[in-house]
Design a protein around this ligand. Sequence first.
Ligand code: NAP
Length: 299
Amino acid sequence: VAPDAQGACPCYHARMAAKIIDGTAIAAKVKEQIKEQVGQLKSQGKSVRLAAMLVGATAAGEMYAVRQGEACRAVGIEYELVKLPETATQAEVEAKIEALNRDPAVTGIMVHLPVPKHVDEARLQQKIELVKDVEGVNPGNLGMIVLGRAVNVPCTAMAAFELIKSTGVSIRGAEAVVVGASEIVGKPVALLLSDERATVQICRSATPDLAGHCRKADILVAAVGKAGIIRGDFVKEGAVVIDVGINRITLPDGTKKTVGDVDFDAAKEKAGWITPVPGGVGPMTVAMLLGNVVKSAKR
Ligand code: NAP
């Protein structure tokens, strides 16, 4: 940058606000590639079909499944919604999964959550054939991440990881802080970053100085589920900030709004890169699921 009239570099005077990581646009590009791959598989006579199980459907669950079906069909993936009643027993749900495991036309299986209270979700996830487990929730697939040989990674963790990579910022040697340690987001994303040679810290509910840890992060992933828990002053200058959180808040005028875990307006003044909510990790998660369906079909 050319020096200004006083001979000083203008970079020192005006700090640029963060670049927004546009998850919707990046997901659209990924979906184009997926569509091509699905086309190739189909031209070889191969099936690419996701069977999604909905046990005891709620209105929200049904709506989510409809949108998921649309996302699949848009890239050429066949979508089969398998509905079981609220009263279905553990054995009945497991028997259905086993039937889908055996069906050669079905290349991917997932179970919509939540399932009714009397059904053990972890046992269902263990029943899904490893190769068809498109959400990467079978302990066998989670274990492959520990081994550094991940195949199907939980979609949200993969989305966060791919969005970090999309910035071009070096993960190797970076200080990374992951806030939240769920099996489907925090833990797998921490392992993926570690395997790229980042120095990773995982913060949890008992972490005494969350702000202090976050302020050291070149890469900060928030996956908590608490609106605004990551304040602007927690963010290191120039950091990559990935906001996984989805929280519904009520504004003073009574309207509802979806926000992340990060105070976006304050954080974007300090971050180098930041994901918005909505429009960041969410759309990329859908794209990663479709990508896992294709991977499973190829396998
Ligand atoms: P989760 O299973 O509820 O886990 C939340 C994690 O946050 C826990 O590990 C918890 O720590 C930690 N935590 C809670 N309070 C904390 C605090 N004060 N300081 C530090 N850590 C704290 O959540 P999840 O399933 O990973 O989801 C997290 C968020 O991501 C939610 O808002 C969810 O809606 C959203 N999400 C978004 C997508 C998407 O597609 N964009 C997908 C999945 C989830 P402990 O375990 O120590 O209690």
